[in-house]
Design a protein. Structure first.
Lengths: 641, 136, 174
């Protein structure tokens, strides 16, 4: 009953999306007023998909094995949180989440949008409906989450143990809210290109959506990186894997879009770039969805290898992105550009920022897809991995980091003040860091060697916009910018420290024998069998000390039965200046055990920095919303334009 | 991780893996006593692709063949070979697929030229805008 | 914005879609083949693992083409392959084996259970010769000509339907 309700809600929502699109087309062809209706339709559509998703959560929570998806991906012995989170730990369920966010975003656009003109909003809602229709079709025709099984099997196949982790509860939803939130920017851009109303008002309307989606995307990627770090057992946090790149590309586009929108909002310039970036950001989201689900690229993270579904998604991609690019090509010429600006100005700083981000985006895109192109053309197989991306994107990112410190200090249009005097302190700090790094670590890779001074410069420069004025009078949006930019510096420091100062020890250790890693001495007390709710395990007891006090760490190897699988659970202990990361391996014929030990100084700064970036975005978003409310007390009463 | 490879390998219906009964090779999971050599070996291992996995380096993989390749890398570096020599030996046998760092073959040139090309194109696009404006 | 710039994204999209269509249409071949086809066998000398001589690279330069079969007792498809190898042996083909990561007792039991088509078997306990040959899994087979040059690599078990191909490759290697 519940599953059927969910399916029915989905069909109804699809019908409403079709209606929404028709309304938009009617608005362009006939003089009928569709404003109120189309908004209402968008809201109801969003509500219906939310109901559908809720139904899916319920059948998973109840472990209703008569639903095929629950049978394939769940088990009644699973802990409750993973029963529920398992709803989106598979292709169909995560696709339903995708569509729920897509139509939900459309609903909020219809409900809350105040700033765009009526015509553009109607066009945007129509575009959003067109997007939703394709994905409804995909779900209902090729990936039905509510298909039934007769007769209902007594027990399910279980959830992949690697996914039985709090990361699953957090990472996909945040990521999806981010990816799919960018669809609103896409729809607004398409709508504005259709009506020709590309201006500062549009930028101000788009900004909260982009800011919100970008903040969540930052959080989602940071969470995913940390999850991979502690789950996979080898201490790495980014592998330039195709699926990871698929999440990075929309983020790069969204970051460039965010800054471009600010230029459009403040100066009316960069219209074409902004529209293009808005289209590209969501296009990258769709490309990412395609890559992950079609089996086209080999990856440890790909969770559905189905070329047939891949073809459907490719068709949607070709239609949507093709239509948007065509619209841009046809209408792009009519966009009148805004006021001129000089080389040393905030506009040009932001333009160079956009350029660098776009180049990095292009590099990631090319590197990820190049093996595919080469194989298609010549049959030859080659691999492109971390060495390429680090070597090429790394230096660009460092240059960008330095510019990020300078840009916010420049004025719009042209900078006349001696701004570079303000930067002497940051520059000196950077030089000092460089000198210290030579003394402390004469042998260091070039990227961390340059990364530390760049990060120091940025950290010092990013707070300068607040200096010289009362910090509490500064608008929240400025605080948000400062915190986000500071977060970049923090993350960079973490990455450089990890790259330069990590100590690793791989060894075979006997009971009561010690090994050293960095400043730590680690004793293996013993290895004992143990068990959890749905697994058995062997657990090692390690005593670690570096002078005062003993830390006890208990890494495990877990054995699951549904499905049969073995996972490594690293034992990680966090200190003020780093993390101790320990893994127990296989028994050795000599009677000892293989252990892997890492001491990673300041590695947590990487994700702390990522969280700061997201926090900055959230503060900026709140700041703007709050400012609007204070300025327009009638805001709440206004519903329809 | 080997189990994940196994699981995915089963899905992809390869005629490969069960597990052998022999333990991993000696140098698969032990570090070389000379720290500098170990560092060189480690950075090479992070750049070599595991041939039986779905996208991992041999440094990050639990697969047996990956362990044997790590053993090979460490023994050769210990014997005095340079990482580049070991890499090209492996590329001779398996092709550029095995190296995550693109090799110098012609098919990889666009990868290294692209960033420059993109920067140049971008700079030209921007210059037109800024210069045009400054002349007004 | 000039025409060229405005239409460039469409062109790039077209190229991307074309490549992706190709990829979806062509099944992914995730086997890694050896690049030593046409090159000489690397020199090696493997100890014996059962009551049979071990295998060295000179033993494969006999003047007549031979098949070098990479197998293991823990390899599931190798069991069925033994029947096909015995058929090839019946047709006069000389077959040598390399046992990967195997213990003597396991290899002996495997041959006892399934049959023994091999003239010599070398023991490669740490996959070193396997890697030197550019092989990445079991089972695989190589056709080696009389002068020790690798002429053909067959990845996966040799099945009944592959016998004509193997025979013709052996013929070409004369």
């Amino acid at each position: 009953m519940i599953a059927e309700t969910g399916l029915a809600a989905l069909w109804l929502a699809a019908g409403l999306a079709a209606l929404q699109l028709v309304l938009m087309l009617m608005a362009f062809r006939t003089p009928i007023e569709v404003g109120r209706t189309i908004r209402a339709v968008a809201v109801v559509q969003g509500a219906l998909t939310a109901i559908s998703f809720a139904m899916l959560l319920i059948v998973f929570a109840r472990s209703d094995m008569s639903v095929a998806l629950v049978f394939e991906n769940s088990h009644s012995a699973k802990p409750f949180i993973y029963k529920v989170a398992g709803a989106w730990g598979n292709h169909e369920g995560s696709m339903l989440l995708w569509v729920t966010v897509l139509s939900g975003a459309g609903a909020f656009l219809g409900w809350l949008s105040q700033r765009t003109s009526e015509r553009t909003l109607v066009a945007a809602l129509g575009a959003q409906a067109a997007l939703a229709l394709g994905f409804y079709a995909f779900l209902l025709i090729a990936s039905n989450p509510f298909a039934r099984l007769f007769p209902a099997p007594p027990e399910g196949k279980g959830l992949n143990p690697l996914l039985q982790d709090p990361g699953l509860a957090f990472h996909p939803p945040t990521l999806y809210f981010g990816y799919v939130g960018l669809s609103v920017a896409f729809s607004l851009a398409v709508g504005a290109l259709l009506t020709g109303e590309v201006d500062a008002k549009l930028a101000r309307a788009m900004r909260p959506w982009v800011l919100g989606a970008w903040t969540l995307l930052t959080l989602g990627i940071t969470a995913g990186s940390y999850w991979a770090y502690y789950e996979l057992g080898w201490g790495g946090y980014w592998f330039w894997d195709p699926v990871e790149n698929a999440s990075l590309m929309p983020w790069l586009a969204a970051t460039a879009l965010l800054h471009s929108i600010n230029v459009l909002a403040a100066r009316g310039a960069l219209k074409a770039w902004t529209m293009m970036l808005a289209v590209i950001a969501f296009s990258m989201s769709m490309v990412g969805t395609f890559l992950v689900r079609s089996g086209v690229l080999t990856s440890v993270h790909a969770f559905a290898i189905d070329p047939q579904r891949g073809t459907f998604l490719l068709g949607l991609l070709a239609i949507y992105v093709g239509a948007a690019f065509t619209l841009f090509a046809v209408r792009g010429g009519t966009l009148k550009e805004g006021a001129p600006f000089e080389l040393v100005s905030r506009e040009s700083g932001l333009v160079i920022n956009n350029l660098l981000l776009s180049v990095i985006l292009g590099i990631v895109f090319l590197g990820t897809l190049w093996p595919l192109f080469v194989e298609a053309v010549s049959g030859e197989k080659l691999s492109v991995g971390a060495p390429y991306f680090n070597a090429v994107a790394g230096p660009l990112a460092l240059v960008l980091a330095v510019l990020v410190g300078i840009g916010p200090l420049l004025s719009w249009r042209r900078e006349r003040r001696p701004v570079f005097k303000q930067l002497t302190i940051p520059a000196l700090l950077a030089a000092t860091t460089l000198a210290i790094s030579f003394i402390v670590a004469p042998a260091m890779g070039i990227l961390p060697r340059l990364g530390l001074p760049a990060a120091t410069f940025l950290a010092a420069a990013s707070v300068l916009p607040l200096v010289g004025r009362s910090p509490f009078r500064a608008p929240l949006a400025t605080w948000g910018m400062v915190i986000a930019h500071f977060g970049i510096a923090v993350a960079l420091v973490g990455m450089a420290m990890n790259s330069a100062f990590t100590s690793e020890r791989l060894a075979v250790v006997q009971r009561n024998e010690t090994q050293t890693v960095g400043p730590w001495t680690i004793l293996l007390k013993g290895v004992t069998p143990t068990a959890g709710q749905n697994f058995t395990a062997i657990e090692a007891e390690l005593h670690a000390s570096r002078g005062s006090g003993i830390e006890v760490l208990k890494p495990q190897t877990r054995y699951f039965s549904d499905p049969p699988m073995e996972t490594n659970e690293a034992a990680i202990e966090t200190f003020w200046n780093g993390q101790l990361y320990t893994v127990i391996g296989k028994p050795d014929p000599s009677g000892g055990w293989q252990v892997r030990l890492w001491w990673k100084p300041f590695v947590t700064l990487i994700w702390f920095g990522g969280a700061l970036i997201a926090l900055g975005g959230a503060i900026a978003l709140l700041g703007r919303a709050w400012r609007r409310r204070r300025r327009k007390p009638e805001w709440r009463k206004e519903r329809y334009a | 991780m080997k189990r994940l490879c196994l699981l995915l390998a089963l899905i992809a219906a390869q005629p490969l893996l069960a597990d052998s009964k022999l333990p991993p090779a000696y140098w698969a999971n032990r570090q070389l006593p000379d720290a500098k050599k170990e560092a060189r070996a480690q950075s090479l291992m992070e750049e070599l692709r595991c041939l039986v996995c779905q996208g991992q380096s041999i440094a990050d993989s639990d697969a047996e063949l990956a362990g044997d390749m790590r053993d090979l890398v460490r023994r050769r570096i210990d014997a005095g070979e340079s990482p580049e020599q070991v890499r090209s030996w492996l590329v001779q046998r398996y092709g550029s697929w095995v190296s995550y760092r693109p090799t110098t073959e012609v098919a990889a040139w666009p990868l290294w030229l692209a960033p420059l090309a993109l920067l140049v194109v971008g700079a030209v696009l921007i210059r037109r805008r800024i210069r045009l404006k400054a002349h007004r | 914005m000039s025409r060229a710039i405005r239409f460039a994204p469409l062109v790039l999209l077209f190229l991307l879609i074309a490549a992706l269509i190709w990829r979806l249409a062509t099944p992914v071949d995730s086997t890694v083949s050896s690049k030593l086809e046409g090159k000489s066998l690397p020199a090696f000398a493997l100890p014996a693992v059962v009551a049979k001589p071990g295998l060295a690279s000179q033993d494969l330069q006999t003047g007549t083409p031979r098949i070098l079969n990479i197998f293991a007792s823990w390899c599931v498809p190798c069991v069925a392959e033994v029947k096909v190898l015995q058929e090839l042996k019946r047709r006069g083909v000389h077959i040598d084996g390399i046992a990967i990561r195997d213990r003597p007792e396991d290899v002996a039991a495997f041959l006892q259970r399934n049959g023994d088509p091999y003239e010599r078997i070398g023991s490669d306990a740490q996959s070193q010769v396997q890697i030197a040959l550019g092989s990445s899994g079991v089972p695989e087979s190589f056709v080696i000509d009389g002068r020790g040059v690798i002429r053909y690599q067959h990845i996966g078990p040799i099945e009944g339907s592959d016998i004509p191909t193997m025979m013709s490759k052996l013929e070409q290697a004369r």
